[in-house]
Design a protein around this ligand. Structure first.
Ligand code: SAM
Length: 161
């Protein structure tokens, strides 16, 4: 597989998983978290598709497209290893949907980081909430879900509390 193939699979999977997770959690009132703003494409997609739920973005250095940049009140600036525990104190276990796309090109590093933050992400999710991730996560109390049509196995993962 070429890097282009892998990239396309990741993008198609992100959209399929996000659309599925947004629909599945539509009845939950809790906030939505975007972990890793980057260019802001997935944030923009969620903002277009989610109504009635605030979207908080966790990012260490905002460098997104101007059309895809959240307001200061919805930007949680800093390293997620510090901001996720702080969010638990602020919001409790209320998140209806958490999307994480924090990785780079080094797969081993991505996997090690996913292991590190899994216990920080897990307690933030409300009962019935979903977590969508580009990397496999290592949760103890969340169940991995079947992927929706259009998502490529291994390119996206969905977990439910
Ligand atoms: N989904 C985004 C999009 O559609 O444009 C792309 C996200 S990009 C692959 C990953 C982002 O995660 C980068 O902006 C990076 O700064 C952020 N990030 C990576 N590790 C982080 C950390 N430990 N704390 C906070 N942000 C982090």
């Amino acid at each position: 597989m070429s890097r282009l193939d892998v990239f396309i699979d990741r993008m198609v999977s992100q959209r399929a998983c996000l659309d599925y997770a947004i629909a599945q959690t539509a009845a939950l009132p809790g906030p939505v978290y975007e972990l890793g703003l980057g260019n802001g494409r997935t944030y923009h997609h969620m903002r277009e598709k989610i109504a009635g739920r605030p979207i908080y973005v966790f990012e260490r250095a905002v460098a997104s497209h101007p059309d895809s940049t959240p307001g200061d009140d919805f930007t949680i600036l800093g390293d997620v290893t510090e901001t996720l525990p702080a969010a638990l104190g602020r919001f409790g276990a209320t998140a209806s949907l958490i999307h994480a796309d924090l990785g780079g090109h080094n797969l081993a590093k991505n996997d090690a980081f996913a292991r590190q933050i899994s216990p920080l992400v897990e307690p933030l999710l409300a009962v019935g909430g979903l977590m969508v991730s580009s990397d496999r996560m290592y949760f103890t109390g969340l169940a991995e879900q079947e992927l929706p049509a259009g998502a490529v196995p291994g390119r996206c993962f969905i977990y439910r509390r």
